[in-house]
Each structure stands twice: as C-alpha cells, then as structure tokens.
Ligand binder design. Structure first.
Ligand code: FES
Length: 109
C-alpha cells in the first residue's frame, strides 16, 4: 500500500531517451535534467532568457511563470516550453537540441 505522504515521481524522457525514471513533481524539468548530469542548455534559470526552451512532445507540465514574453505565440502553439519554469505533472517526453547555443523560437528537429 502506498503511503498518502509518499512523494509523487514521474519519468523524464529527453529526445526519446529515458533520462530520469523518478523525477520529482516538485522540481523543474531543468533541475531534474541537470541533476541527472544532462548538459541541458540554460542560462538565467528564471524564465527570462529562453535558453532552456524545449518542445513538450508528450505529458503535462505546470508552468511556474508566463512564458509568453519569451516564446512567440507560434512557438507556444507548437508545444515549446521553458524547462526552467516547467514542473512535470505527468511522465513527460521533451525534445531539445542539447548542443544549441543560440536563441531561437523554432521547435527542435
Ligand atoms: S534558463 Fe533562461 S529561460 Fe530558462
């Protein structure tokens, strides 16, 4: 029987590779990726630079801040999120160019 106080955890998949089996739902996607030694692109970690943008392929996240001033409406419609401002609500699969250095609004290929 599960304890009613047990912490919920979900899996984090990046570019179709499972990288964290038990990611905390209290930690951002970026924090979980960095804790798993993933060299995830990031800079400010407060939702203002856009360096951590990635595409949510499946699953749900809770956005901690409004990303509309960093991501275009088109990018948001295509599922782009800010990893530093997104906390998983379910198992998620994201797509990110782990070698990206420049800011861009387009989904990663
Ligand atoms: S690291 Fe700057 S917006 Fe996420």
């Amino acid at each position: 029987m599960l304890s009613m106080f047990s912490a919920k955890a979900v899996s984090l998949t990046i570019n179709d590779t499972l990288v964290v089996e038990q990611a905390s739902v209290k930690q951002t996607v970026l924090a979980s990726a960095l804790a798993a030694d993933i060299v995830f692109p990031h800079y400010c970690q407060v939702g203002s630079c856009g360096a951590c943008r990635c595409q949510l392929v499946s699953g749900e996240v809770k956005q901690l801040t409004d990303s509309a001033y960093v991501l275009s409406a088109k990018a948001i419609a295509q599922g782009m999120i800010l990893a530093c401002q997104s906390v998983p609500k379910s198992a998620i699969n994201i797509k990110v160019n782990l070698r990206q250095r420049q800011l861009a609004d387009e989904p990663q290929e």
